[in-house]
Design a protein. Structure first.
Length: 310
């Protein structure tokens, strides 16, 4: 296991680079969304991949990986924020320079398809990364204040404490658990299985979320995690938002509650659901790799330290 390292916090005037390591984006939308970051005192640098398109990808694998490596190597760039997810990060995992990333620790931020990179960077570079809203989320017609506020924590580090003051939390399995937070998008977690970047959940708090997946697909993915031992290995389980995960192809369906009961509750690990983390609004950012405590009795998820160095 690579020793954990944290990136440094941002200061006013620091440069934040925007990259598209997965699907292509609307460049003009990205320019408009970057105004949010400029308003809080950051300088925004748009990567070349924001104007590239290779099928459904933001440029070739070599172009996307090369830009990400270059951004980590550039000392003038203090943070890297992903423009959007979509698909494609698993294709560039073998092309990233993890020694370079470890030698140049900086904030790396995103979610959805970016889950694969969280797993890869955490495993091979040992860097704390952030599962949080991307630039595309700032370009929507209405952006929740808590979503924007996430970025301000990069200038003024705070310790994550998620309680029911943010959203109602439901207990699926009672108990308390301690461990580093890992996980992200369920589809992407499953896609790491059997690869060098397979997510390690042993003694950790496993977080899952997803969007637009039918219940039978979620059933299949959770069953695969269970068969792979990932649920049994986890110290505790955190369930985020499962937006629009409703029956479509198969109208006669199990409910999400029944699926979670069959796979997650049966694992017997302390479990809380209802976290506004993932494809939702507001979207609360989580430092991946930071040790935290979850308690179903107090309805709380609390990190033990900030995700960045002062």
């Amino acid at each position: 296991m690579t020793e954990l390292i944290k990136p440094r916090r941002l200061s006013p005037g620091d440069t934040v680079a925007i990259t598209a390591p997965a699907s292509w984006v609307d460049t003009e939308q990205m320019k408009a969304a970057s105004l949010y970051l400029e308003k809080i005192g950051l300088h925004v640098q748009l990567g070349d991949t924001l104007s590239m398109q290779y099928g459904y990808l933001a440029g070739t694998d070599e172009a996307r990986a090369g830009e990400l490596n270059a951004m980590f190597a550039d000392p003038t760039i203090k943070a890297i924020i992903c423009a959007r997810g979509g698909y494609g990060t698993g294709r560039i995992a073998d092309l990233l320079d993890y020694d370079l990333i470890r030698a140049n620790p900086k904030i790396f931020w995103g979610y959805s398809d970016i889950t694969f990179l969280h797993a890869a960077i955490g495993r091979f570079a040992g860097l704390v990364t952030f599962h949080g809203p991307m630039l595309i989320d700032l370009g929507k017609d209405e952006v929740h204040p808590l979503t924007v506020q996430n970025y301000e924590t990069l200038l003024h580090p705070s310790i994550l404490r998620y309680t029911e003051a943010i959203s109602p939390l439901q207990t699926l399995v009672e108990g308390e658990a301690f461990g580093p937070i890992v996980g992200g998008n369920l589809s992407l977690i499953v896609s790491t299985l059997g690869t060098p970047y397979e997510l390690d959940t042993k003694g950790k708090l496993l977080f899952i979320e997803d969007i637009d997946e039918e219940p039978y697909r979620l059933d299949r993915m959770l069953n695969q995690l269970k068969l792979a031992g990932k649920l049994a290995d986890a110290a505790g389980i955190l369930i985020g938002d499962f937006t629009n995960c409703v029956p479509n192809k198969r109208k006669v369906s199990l409910t999400l509650e029944e699926i979670f009961n069959d796979h997650i509750v049966s694992a017997g690990k302390p479990t809380l659901s209802g976290f506004k983390i993932g494809h939702c609004s507001p979207h609360i950012a989580v430092p991946m790799g930071i040790r935290a405590r979850m308690s179903t009795y107090e309805k709380v998820l609390a990190c033990t330290e900030p995700g960045v160095e002062a």
